[in-house]
Ligand binder design. Sequence first.
Ligand code: ZN
Ligand code: ZN
Length: 231
Amino acid sequence: MTTAGPKTGRESAFFREQLALIPERYSPRAHLAATVGIGLVAIAVGALAIDAFRWIFVPVAAAFLVFANFVEWAAHRWILHRRRRFLEPLYDQHVPRHHRFYIDGDMAVGSRREWRFVLMPARGVLAIAVLAIPLALLVGALCGADCGWVALMTVGSYASLYELMHLAYHLPDDHPVRRVRTTRRVIRWLSRHHAHHHDPRLMQDWNFNVTVPLWDFLLGTNRWGRKAQEP
Ligand SMILES: [Zn+2]
Ligand SMILES: [Zn+2]
């Protein structure tokens, strides 16, 4: 890894070096399609396996949304921001690259090829869906196979949602996705929350949720509108 020199973020030599290392064959759209596709497949497989809707699916899905939101908070705090044995690639992609390239005040990607620095590899999304299988089997054993499918559908699609939301925060303000009338206010609000996390002085301690800051609120790591300079 070379030093960045006096410039930081996407102005740095390190950024240009990493951008140049992206293989010529890399397709940002294929990367996004694979990421979202895994969630859609999880939903489709579950929908085919389930015979009929039952009201118990609603609390099961809600419980797994809250659980997935906690895993997002915990994995971001304790795996992506701490270099753990065997999990080093996750840290290396996150702090020395993603956080170094995109800093509060300069969050937007400059080209689609930079999606490589925002989206996790599709195999990471797939791994999350696969890790949910034992949990889904447990839920299936406790309250019926259909509930297990609902758990798998929820966690599998949540990982895709995470990726979509995160990418939306790193798109330029004039991108069509950020200008949809019905969602632009909430996307802007969540973008600000995530941008605080991209302040190098705050990133180790604040705003670990990316989709919805539920566990940041519950566990006291939500930083909203406060000045960054105090410790
Ligand atoms: Zn980010
Ligand atoms: Zn982070």
